[in-house]
Design a protein. Structure first.
Length: 277
């Protein structure tokens, strides 16, 4: 294990170069007020690469194609894993009680995509809720989950979660679908098997082309880290590739209205959902 005594200094001009490159490749945007945060997250990567300054790290990211794997490690360093089961429960209720019943009338398999799923609590919540409501037995439902961080996906695939992930999950569901496992809780095998996992960068269309054909997309509490330009790019891709009707769930604190999206904002099950009609 390596320990890092301090954060490396990140000069303003180097910060701008690095920030813009990260934004171009990933959609993540760091405003000037987050310069120290970026320096803190990436200082270990700079040191591990054998550098003493951020400008050398910038040149590696931009020009050294032989070190392309460093982008994966950068995404792991920048990952924002704040998530938990049963987050924004109104969305879960709308999915189970309104959206899935409406789509079930079409008589075909349903596809759900949890975009930027972090350590997996969101897609596993969807699988759990749909199982509890009986939909996983009545319908062929495919749940796919993706994230840009391989490290977070490894945690998701393991299916073991600490207590902080359960702060919103009803205790009766925790007892029914999880087993104590050392210092954590292990999700029931049938719930874990219901989700398939893969790496994807939301701003790279080749990564999301197949995923975005889902009937239902959960992309919640992601866009708060993106610039408007990156959000518009991602949302336009969703709209173009989704079938009609298609349902897009974003975080309750997020809004797409200022972007002029073609999605219609509808009140569904006492919560707002973006719909492609």
């Amino acid at each position: 294990m390596r320990f890092y005594a301090e954060t490396l200094g990140l000069a303003e001009n180097t910060f701008i170069l690095l920030r813009d490159l990260i934004h171009e490749r990933t959609g993540l945007f760091f405003g000037s007020d987050r310069r120290e945060l970026l320096a803190d997250k990436l200082s270990p990567r700079v040191v591990d690469c054998g550098f003493e300054s951020f400008i050398d790290y910038y040149y590696l990211l931009k020009y050294d194609t032989a070190r392309a794997g460093e982008w994966r490690r950068l995404m792991n360093a920048l990952a924002v894993p704040e998530t938990y089961f049963w987050r924004e429960a109104d969305h879960i209720n709308a999915l189970v009680n309104v959206v899935v019943p409406a789509l079930a009338q079409q008589g075909r398999p349903l596809r759900i995509w949890s975009a930027a799923c972090a350590s997996g609590e969101e897609p596993l919540t969807l699988a759990l809720a749909l199982t509890e409501a009986g939909w996983m037995e009545r319908l062929p439902i495919e749940i796919r989950a993706s994230d840009a961080s391989e490290a977070l996906l490894d945690k998701a695939r393991a299916g073991v979660f600490r207590e902080r992930s359960f702060r919103a999950l009803p205790p009766v569901l925790q007892a029914k679908y999880f087993e104590p496992n050392g210092s954590g809780w292990c999700v029931a095998p049938q719930i874990l098997r219901a989700v398939s996992w893969q790496t994807a960068n939301l701003t790279v269309e080749a990564d999301v082309a197949a995923l975005a054909t889902a009937d239902i997309i959960f992309c919640r509490n992601v866009f708060i880290y993106f610039s408007d330009a990156a959000i518009a790019k991602v949302v336009n891709t969703f709209y173009r590739l989704m079938p009609s009707p298609g349902y897009l769930f974003v975080g309750t604190s997020e809004s797409l209205l200022r972007l002029g999206t073609r999605f219609e904002l509808e009140d569904i099950g006492n919560t707002f959902v973006y719909v492609k009609r």
